[in-house]
Write a protein that binds this ligand. Sequence first.
Ligand SMILES: NC(=O)c1ccc[n+]([C@@H]2O[C@H](COP(=O)([O-])OP(=O)(O)OC[C@H]3O[C@@H](n4cnc5c(N)ncnc54)[C@H](O)[C@@H]3O)[C@@H](O)[C@H]2O)c1
Length: 380
Amino acid sequence: MDIAVIGAGNRARKYLSCLPDGVRVSCLVEPDPLRLRQAAHRYGVPSSGCFSDAGDFFAAAPPVCAVIVAAPDRLHVPLSLASVQKGWHVLLEKPVALCSEDYMSLLEASRQAGVHVGVCLEMRFHPYFRRIKELIDMGAVGTIERIEHTEHIGPDRMAHTFVRGLWSRKDNSGPIFLSKCCHDADFLLWLTGRTPLEVRSRGALETFRSDSAAPARCIDCTRTGCPYSAVTLYRERGEWTDGFDVPEGSTLAAVIEEELRSGRYGRCVYNCDNDVFDTQDVEAKLTGGISLSMHLEGTSLREGRSTVIHGSAGTLSADNWQIIAPDIAEDWSHLAQLPLHAGADRLLTEDFFAAIGSGRAPLASLESAFQAHRLCWMAG
Ligand SMILES: NC(=O)c1ccc[n+]([C@@H]2O[C@H](COP(=O)([O-])OP(=O)(O)OC[C@H]3O[C@@H](n4cnc5c(N)ncnc54)[C@H](O)[C@@H]3O)[C@@H](O)[C@H]2O)c1
């Protein structure tokens, strides 16, 4: 099966590393010339299959069966719409759309074209979160009454992605609750099988605000022990550098130094142009009388998700890879450092291609992900 990839960045690389046998990338669409060149080399795509402009790609209408859309969020709907109108199945990164009208137009177009759109909501495929669902489905807490869920984004991801990075401004990528917590909302609605009736939300940007006393760049800072130091993160620990492109003839070390000196990722977190919230509380009433309380925490120094599910027969707590419920105590910490979201990216990719190969809908289908997006739009 020939496929195309639109947006050959960080996420596309993950999916391309786990394509099932028989699936071949024959086209790449990527405006960044270095990324296009390097991806073409890595995946053996001939120059005739390489496009720097999506319009040229759609006009050429190559004979592909499916596309992976891993371009920036605001392009998801137009690129997917054009793809389904060509009769191609789509594996689409989250969030699907920034508003309900766009989501519905894609849903309608995919129905009319008779193609499937799978959404990259990998919590549904993650062994730890699947286990939580399995236990709930087995009746571990009886009937669910209330859920308290916190996502600690973690200092590295918060600084890299939501303060310095490409998801730091609402006008570019939409609100943080949509870009980060659509995973959580989807998992919780999938877990309960319920839909939101009403949503109340309160968010704030309190920590990562401009401070005129802060230096512009971490390399010029004399403060020690800052948990958000770009120098520590990139130069000393060598982490979160996957998205740094290394041109032929250069080195990652040189690219990091350049970034620290003049790139967006060298900026002090108290001197960026970010405007997305760093904390947010969302209270939702779901059908079936369930109350859902979600907290997005971008300022704590811990990372990870914590979920407490209260039911008629007891409580399940899932925190820091430990699942505790009546008569159950399970340690899933062996998954913590496993790549590809502990294999969930692979399972998601395999499910998508198995689904379109057999004519069924993918597990994380466009239809099934709508309510989670709705909850996020209502939260703002
Ligand atoms: N599922 C997850 O866990 C997860 C995690 C991170 C990001 N994401 C989502 O994945 C998507 C991609 O994120 P990323 O981290 O790979 O970002 P990225 O910036 O590394 O990759 C996006 C790529 O799209 C390219 N692009 C820009 N305009 C384009 C256009 N008009 N046509 C084609 N390509 C274009 C960019 O040049 C870039 O190479 C985003 O929507 C993001 O929200 C999902």
